[in-house]
Design a protein around this ligand. Structure first.
Ligand code: FAD
Ligand code: DHB
Length: 389
């Protein structure tokens, strides 16, 4: 089989790239290791920057997002029983869109399927060959049949544990990593959210986040130990802990109910440089990971997709390699800024196992500075709504 762009990974990066290319007449095949139901069963991001909203519009898949998503013009930041508002709209002129990654992925699958897009599920043993030549190939197996996909370019959209980054020889890449000494325990519950906007809370017992998916679907997270397992936490224990970590007034207002999903995510900062090797381009979590505080993961994946899509268009429409040649440098320049913001916000909001009282006082002083300073709030708002592409 032959295609112009072989896309490894049918998560949001791979699907969005495939849909955008399709609308410009550029063919692609998406190879996904899992089933569609499995991909749609993963509960992940919920906050979309304007850049991603615009890309969804350009991909002709924004209808349901605009009907069902919620625009948030700011967020609340709490510490102990104190709480203040950061107004994104006032500081930057824009807000963010609350719309689940699951729904965005569902919309993209639907659009690809409607257009007869080539999506292959349950692929195993994916191998990329000849990435540093003009005719790369992707080998893979479905059941007991081995296949070969010939292509012009390979887009490695296969997440942190995928095969694409590993294909780049060790002496051709450099990896930077920070692993945080805690995780996030998240639940989804069919209850009305405690507040119209998100609440990020620094408490003496650890971080908590009150988020949502819609008017009757809440998403809550608490910082947990890396050794915890979701089954160690009963719903009762989760609600009890969450309530102890947010200001009293909000704790009293929380509507509790059974969790319909419960999972733990470790926190990591990671960047692989460069994001290209020959005709293989890494995109999204395949190249970089941020800790979830500040909601930058999916949004950074989206800016990669935008740069790669633009580079591929220039190649196919004008025969110009410049966009592809500058892809890695452009993407990384934005990635590092998102890494910085996520690292800063994580450091400000969590309890570290080795944290001294001095370190805690520094967090509180910084939160009080953020509360009182227009300039500090503007800097936070600019990063939160998303730096320009
Ligand atoms: P993925 O979603 O990981 O998709 C990669 C796909 O490739 C997967 O479907 C996988 O099955 C497939 N694959 C892997 N290996 C292979 C292989 N060898 N062959 C074929 N296919 C393969 N980000 C935000 O922006 N905002 C948020 O609010 C936010 N909240 C988050 C909350 C949590 C709890 C977590 C865990 C993450 C959150 N993120 C958030 C991060 C966001 O979910 C990721 O950045 C996003 O999923 C990246 O998309 P991706 O397509 O690059 O990778
Ligand atoms: C969500 C996740 C985040 O990491 C974040 O910063 C805000 C919201 C969420 O899943 O709703």
């Amino acid at each position: 089989m032959r295609t112009q762009v072989a896309i490894i990974g049918g998560g949001p990066s791979g699907l969005l790239l495939s849909q955008l290319l399709h609308l410009r007449g550029i063919s692609s095949v998406v190879l996904e290791r899992k089933t569609k139901d499995y991909v749609l069963g993963r509960i992940r991001a919920g906050v979309l920057e304007q850049g991603l909203v615009r890309l969804m519009e350009e991909a002709n898949v924004a209808g349901r997002m605009h009907r069902e998503g919620f625009v948030h013009d700011g967020t609340l930041v709490a510490y102990g029983d104190e709480m203040f508002h950061v107004d994104f709209k006032a500081h930057t002129g824009s807000g963010v869109m609350l719309y689940g990654q699951t729904e965005l992925t569902r919309d993209l699958y639907e659009a690809r399927e409607k257009a007869g897009g080539e999506l292959i599920f349950n692929v195993e043993d994916v191998e990329i060959a000849g990435a540093n030549t003009d005719c790369p190939q992707v080998h893979y197996r479905v059941g007991d049949r081995i296949h070969q996909l010939n292509c012009d370019f390979v887009a490695g959209c296969d997440g942190f544990h995928g095969v694409s980054r590993r294909t780049i020889p060790t002496d051709q890449k450099r990896e930077y990593e920070k692993v945080y000494p805690f995780g996030w325990l998240g639940i989804l519950s069919e209850t009305p959210p405690v507040n119209d906007e998100l609440i990020y809370s620094n408490s003496e017992r650890g971080f908590a986040l009150c988020s949502m998916r819609n008017a009757n679907l809440s998403r809550y997270y608490i910082q947990c130990s890396l050794s915890d397992r979701p089954e160690d936490w009963t719903d009762h224990a989760f609600w009890d802990e969450l309530k102890r970590r947010i200001p009293r007034e909000q704790a009293e207002a929380i509507v509790m109910g059974p969790s319909i999903e419960k999972s733990i995510a470790p926190l990591r900062s990671f960047v692989c440089e460069p994001m290209r090797w020959g005709r293989l381009f890494l995109c999204g979590d395949a190249a970089h990971i941020v800790p979830p505080t500040g909601a930058k993961g999916l949004n950074t994946a989206a800016s990669d997709v935008q740069y790669l899509y633009t580079g591929l268009r220039r190649f196919y429409e004008d025969g110009d390699m410049e966009g592809l040649d500058s892809y890695s440098a452009k993407a990384l320049a934005r990635v590092w800024k998102a890494e910085r913001f996520s690292w800063w916000f994580s450091s400000l909001m969590h309890r570290y196992p080795d944290q001294s009282m001095f370190d805690h006082k520094m967090q509180i002083a910084e939160l009080e500075f953020l509360r009182s300073s227009d300039a500090a709030q503007k800097a936070m708002a600019e990063n939160y709504v998303g730096l320009p592409y």
